[in-house]
Design a protein around this ligand. Structure first.
Ligand SMILES: Nc1ncnc2c1ncn2[C@@H]1O[C@H](COP(=O)(O)OP(=O)(O)OP(=O)(O)O)[C@@H](O)[C@H]1O
Ligand SMILES: [Mg+2]
Length: 252
């Protein structure tokens, strides 16, 4: 039986007066790819960020409910967010390499967690870059600035940076929306490969992308999770009229 890596129960999030997530209940199976789709402003990014407690930093935010990671509530007072974020990595819409070398970008996380040994760092950096399918393109320029890479290379570097901390879960918020079709296809292949080791959540505006790579798809609308199910079913026989209207392009 597939284990649920994450279980979200009765999750509500308010940004001051704005009720941005409304009673979300969802299970995310381990080592599967779950895609989140829905119109702009429906709460997809907000939802993703509640899973690694990045919304905690927002002024006036109020979060109720439970998010269980391996059966432990990440909103419990005793949870250390640094350790939490080591378990849950994130990649953003715009590639955001740090203004430092390719090598230092990837070594950043492990170093932050106290690793100093050069040989071990070298090994982690190489593995992460290989796993992110960019090693061959950067192996001769590890000491050069990451800002000199192309957008698609920068995004794969950011994936390597996320992988270097060996998370269990990878959150990706529209990771390919700033990329050309070739880089997009590289990232999609990569995500499909990574599924054997990671639980992956991806927000995308590209419904073909969701259909291509995800096992489960969830449709959000106005802060509500309208439906979630097997990707094939959601796209071929959605149960809710609102999902059907969205995927057939009648609105949004
Ligand atoms: N830091 C914040 N402070 C206040 N309100 C916010 C904040 N971030 C998001 N919101 C509001 O919460 C709602 C959901 O926003 P969110 O960014 O989660 O949507 P989204 O589905 O990711 O949209 P998009 O597809 O455009 O990225 C919106 O009404 C937005 O204005
Ligand atoms: Mg968003």
């Amino acid at each position: 039986m597939v284990k649920n890596k994450i279980e979200v129960r009765n999750l509500n999030l308010h940004y001051s007066q704005n009720h941005a997530l409304k009673d979300i209940n969802v299970f995310l199976p381990e080592k599967e790819i779950s895609a989140f789709i829905g119109p702009s402003g429906c709460g997809k990014s907000t939802f993703l960020k509640t899973l690694n407690r990045m919304n905690d930093l927002v002024d006036g935010v109020r979060i109720d409910g439970e998010v269980l990671l391996d059966d432990e509530n990440i909103y419990d007072n005793r949870v250390d967010t640094t350790i939490l974020r080591k378990k849950i990595g994130m990649v953003f819409q715009q590639p955001n390499p740090f203004p430092m070398s390719v090598y230092d970008n990837v070594a950043y996380g492990p170093r932050t967690h106290g690793l100093k040994n050069k040989a071990q760092l070298d090994e982690i950096v190489e593995k992460a870059l290989r796993d992110a399918a960019i090693w061959d393109e950067v192996k001769d320029r590890l000491k050069k600035s990451a800002l000199g890479l192309s957008g698609g290379q920068q995004q794969r570097l950011c994936m390597a940076r996320a992988l270097a901390i060996q998370p269990d879960v990878l959150l990706m918020d529209e990771p390919t929306s700033a990329l050309d079709p070739i880089s997009t296809s590289k990232i999609e292949d990569l995500v499909t490969q990574l599924k054997k080791d990671y639980t992956i959540l991806i927000v995308t505006h590209n419904m073909q992308q969701a259909a291509r790579i995800s096992d489960k798809t969830a449709f959000f609308l106005l802060g509500e999770l309208v439906e979630m199910g097997e990707t094939e079913t959601v796209f071929s026989m959605p149960t809710d009229k609102r999902t059907e209207d969205y995927i057939t392009g009648r609105f949004g």
